[in-house]
Design a protein. Sequence first.
Length: 136
Amino acid sequence: MTYRNLLVYVDRGLESDQRVALACELACRLDARLIGLSGSAPEPGLSDPYTGGAMLGETLTLLRDCAETDVKEARARFAELTDFCPDRTEWRGQVGYPAELVARAARAADLVIVGRGHAGAPWHNLDPADALMSVG
């Protein structure tokens, strides 16, 4: 079987950097394209009487901005780690639930590379079990 397109999930931390390095090495060995992906969903706010009404829109905008910042930071990290072969890489990060984004992007990949699950921040980190069940 030939692997022409690899998908790697990029998130925060040293594990993610090691995962991207492994994916780069595999892509070079297999003469494949490397697709980087990251997702971050706006965290649902806690119920607070002060975030109702006029403040609700402001709060939702702030949460979305935080999610967009997470994705931009992941893109910058991916670009930094893959700068030696920019013509063989592609970025597909966006705001959304990580498992859903992986399921959509996996259609373009022959191999999906994800890391271990994280105990916290389910809105920012990919749960590999969710991704596996979504990809099929």
